[in-house]
Design a protein around this ligand. Sequence first.
Ligand code: UT7
Length: 330
Amino acid sequence: MKKTRATITAIGKYTPKRILNNRDLEKIVDTSDEWIRSRTGMVERHIAAKGEASSDMATAAFKDMRKRFKIDPEEIDLIIVATITPDMFFPSTAALIQHNIGARNAFGFDISAACSGFLYALAIAAEFIENGRYKKVLVVGSDTMSTITDYTNRDTCILFGDAASVVLLEPAEEDYGILDYILKLDGSGKDFLYMAGGGSRNPATHETVDKKMHYIYQEGKSVFKFAVIKMAEVSVDLLKRNSLKGSDVGLFIPHQANKRIIDACVSRLKLKDEQVMINIDKYANTTAATIPLGIVDAYDQGRLKKDDLLLMSAFGGGFTWGSVLVKWSL
Ligand code: UT7
């Protein structure tokens, strides 16, 4: 019997109004527009308003989705939220979003896989649809990175932005939808990218705040090296096992952490510029939101059309990494 695939049937996005550009950062830390552009490809990033949390941004992204597509929130069966900046430890961000959007028949949960979170969530959602249990799954990537960024530290404060983006997964017609995925985890990466404070290891105290343990810590160079190798490797492996080559890919949407990481991956996959979605200049690294944001922007720009083969790939804290292959149906 032919397997039911899951496909993306609706999309939406939200970026906060406030924009912080490289020139603004020059006034805060010892950096330059030239350094940031040439080392990362970033130009500006959106920053949430005070008190604006990940569930608020996700709710706004869902609103945008409803403006674009006819969706009844009560028909949603499941909400999976990829985030490393939940509103709070509990209840889950999924619970807060469920309440906000009136998806009263849905259950839901958050997953923590940093920058690979959206791909992890997408794969989990697809399994629930493929096994026939659920028909409508909302997948959310939402991160308010500004709330865990130390704006006195030039190593990290230039890198991140805030955004949310959502996609709806439903059973696919014909041979459209999520064709295959590979997801990976290597916990030995825990020492290179993390936020130490606030969890059960280092519960919040005056001391953890004084030591700036509630901010992102990253050893950029080590993460860079691992990212370059692993993002390309997993993408090549996924294409290979589906008997595909780079030239078969309609659009490649990589996680937007550094333009130089993307370029290395693109060169390994032998892709042309027109096959690659890059919006790191507009948003910087929005963690779980980069890939769904890329989907919405590519779709709006007419770069993602029905029948296109879409390859997505991400890399992040954990380390986590992975790739997902989709035959686009919207
Ligand atoms: O999404 C999660 C996964 N994260 C990533 O994929 C991030 C991966 N890493 C990176 O993207 C890069 O490592 C960074 C962009 C974070 C840093 O770039 P880099 O080329 O690895 O720079 P570096 O850390 O080796 O620093 C090079 C120089 C140093 O100065 P010296 O020692 O050569 O004098 C830094 O102090 O650049 C200096 N530097 C800066 N200069 C101006 C570091 N940050 C800045 C800055 N502005 N913001």
